[in-house]
Design a protein around this ligand. Structure first.
Ligand SMILES: [Zn+2]
Length: 105
């Protein structure tokens, strides 16, 4: 009994591991470092103000190809996060990441 009360206090969800205190909840499982992910958002935000999304991840891929990351793994992760093209990276992934930040701010 006492042990249950204690562990539920440490870990209120009961099964998820304790989260790191960065607040970047949505980047859990990301193959990218948080700083790279934020750079990607900036990059896409910048490009998509000038160019239309062509419904592929071409700008994301071009960005990732210049970095020491696993591009295929990363685009697969983006798809799992709901981003099947560059504008969806901003719409779906960036939104979740930033809402993760704001909960800790
Ligand atoms: Zn798009």
């Amino acid at each position: 009994m006492a042990e249950n009360a204690f562990s539920s206090q440490l870990n209120p969800t009961g099964n998820a591991p304790p989260r790191p205190r960065t607040g970047a909840v949505a980047t859990e499982g990301s193959p990218l470092q948080e700083s790279v992910l934020l750079e990607l958002f900036d990059h896409l935000d910048d490009i998509l103000q000038r160019e239309d999304c062509d419904h592929t991840l071409r700008y994301s891929e071009a960005f990732l190809l210049g970095r020491p990351v696993d591009v295929e793994h990363t685009t697969a992760w983006l798809c799992r996060m709901g981003a099947h093209c560059d504008c969806e990276v901003l719409l779906n992934v960036a939104r979740d990441v930033y809402s993760g930040f704001s909960t800790s701010a």
